[in-house]
Design a protein around this ligand. Structure first.
Ligand SMILES: [Zn+2]
Length: 226
């Protein structure tokens, strides 16, 4: 059975149980993993991230039920365990990360910048015991030097990016290292639907970086100079 038909079947089956007589679902090549939908009385249409193209029917039906439940109750609930396990497996990252990188136009896809190498910062963080080595993590500079968003992390795809605005001799390297550290903390926390991304525990860990205060001051000054 083709994955499109499998998806369609799974969503129609789940939809019937929630009173939807007309359900369509199709895969869409979004850059970020997501599902979009439109609905009205009795019908619903879904655009599902094509990163799920090779999920099996049980996972797709599980996903469909979670989404129909969300539509009915307006509440987010966790993805079914099978789907979650698969999406956090090594195989998933191995197969999908290259696709994600191709779709990420704003990444240089290189850890070596003009002045700084993110891999060097990474090694220092590992040596200092601040982060655990993650072989699947992909580090890259952004192509555009954004100062509003100096770091970015896709936890699902294990891609961490630092703004090329920091890849500059006038900005000390510990600022890059600190931003990288912040994003790696998100990566280490893993996928989570509940809880705030920057909760107290997160802030506590962030301050374990020996130069967090100086780095924060640098980032504030840089953003003021915009
Ligand atoms: Zn953050």
């Amino acid at each position: 059975m083709s994955s499109e038909i499998c998806l369609q079947d799974a969503f129609q089956k789940a939809g019937r149980d929630f009173g939807y007589s007309s359900v369509r679902a199709e895969f869409t090549p979004f850059k970020e993993f997501k599902v979009r939908w439109q609905r009205s009385a009795g019908w619903a249409e879904f655009q599902v991230s094509d990163y799920l193209m090779d999920a099996d029917e049980v996972m797709m039906e599980g996903l469909a039920r979670v989404l129909f439940m969300r539509i009915a109750k307006g509440k987010r609930s966790n993805y079914p365990d099978e789907l979650r396990d698969w999406m956090t497996s090594q195989d998933f990252v191995k197969n999908k990360q290259p696709v994600y990188l191709r779709r990420s136009r704003n990444l240089s896809r290189n850890c070596k910048g003009r002045h700084y190498d993110l891999q060097d910062s990474y090694e220092r963080l590992v040596q200092a015991g601040l982060v655990e080595r993650d072989e699947e993590a992909f580090l890259s500079w952004t192509s555009r030097p954004n100062l509003r968003r100096v770091g970015y992390c896709s936890v699902l795809m294990k891609v961490v990016a630092v703004s090329s605005a920091l890849d500059d001799v006038v900005v000390p390297e510990f600022v890059t290292e600190y931003v990288l550290y912040h994003e790696l903390l998100h990566l280490a926390n893993g996928l989570s639907l509940d809880g705030q991304a920057h909760d107290e525990e997160f802030r506590r860990k962030e301050r374990m970086h020996p130069r967090w205060k100086e780095a924060e001051d640098w980032l504030r000054r840089l953003s003021l100079n915009l």
